[in-house]
Design a protein around this ligand. Sequence first.
Ligand SMILES: Cc1cc2nc3c(=O)[nH]c(=O)nc-3n(C[C@H](O)[C@H](O)[C@H](O)COP(=O)(O)OP(=O)(O)OC[C@H]3O[C@@H](n4cnc5c(N)ncnc54)[C@H](O)[C@@H]3O)c2cc1C
Ligand code: FES
Length: 239
Amino acid sequence: MKIRPLAETIEPQCGQFYMLQSCDNYDPLLKRPLSIFNFDEKYLQFLFRIKGKGTSYLSKVKAGDIIHLIGPLGNGYLEPKGDFIIVAGGIGIASLMPLLVKFRKKAILFFGARNSNELLMVDAAYDMAINSYVSTDDGSIGYKGLITDLLTDFIKSNHYSKELPIYCCGSIPMFKTLKSIIERHNMTCYASIEEYMACGVGACLGCVVKIKSDEEGGFSYKRVCKEGPVFNLRDLIWQ
Ligand SMILES: Cc1cc2nc3c(=O)[nH]c(=O)nc-3n(C[C@H](O)[C@H](O)[C@H](O)COP(=O)(O)OP(=O)(O)OC[C@H]3O[C@@H](n4cnc5c(N)ncnc54)[C@H](O)[C@@H]3O)c2cc1C
Ligand code: FES
């Protein structure tokens, strides 16, 4: 979905997001978070999967309709200084695409999805990466299995890769596997994570996650919309 802002906007950073709502009704009441997928001086672009009411209404917006959005929001990815690794799971590519565009031919791309239909924008992503590795759960394209299997093999046979930071966005099972990989190899990984959001601006505390800290108990709560959505994967604690 391509949007032309009607007011002056701040240029988004890679990994930031917007809260969007189709204008013609307030059902659902709350705006929905979507990562910035692409942008230029005139347009903002989003890539999204239809899940429920909010995204379904957004998918029905027609050329010329007006929608409400707030953004750019949150803290995006710390920009890479040299080559880096991207691990995208399914629609997670939406959040990572701005890094591929801005740092053309600097990323080694690992892109996994359930099947070939869910490997969205894979050709564009291939073009912008140094090298690409693709997997699908059903084997319809690329390796049949998990993208983290391909990453593990890659790290084993390319020792220099342990020095490269990983940027990832995908599902919680993917993050958990990645976390054990980076801990094993002492690597750095920045993960953009999803949580249900109500306000998107840090006011409602509806989107908190547990993060390792020096505070009593060894953790503190951080708001995905304000301190995130990108966190150091090592610091994330899942129940
Ligand atoms: C920072 C951020 C960036 C995001 N960027 C994108 C993007 O670029 N493209 C994209 O397709 N999606 C993205 N999402 C997820 C997207 O916001 C949800 O899919 C959307 O809010 C669902 O709203 P809905 O009204 O369509 O569905 P709902 O009716 O609200 O939900 C339908 C189902 O989707 C699941 N769900 C809803 N919201 C979330 C959530 N936040 N996290 C996990 N599961 C959820 C639930 O299982 C629910 O049953 C992002 C989420 C966050 C927090
Ligand atoms: S969504 Fe309200 S604090 Fe994050």
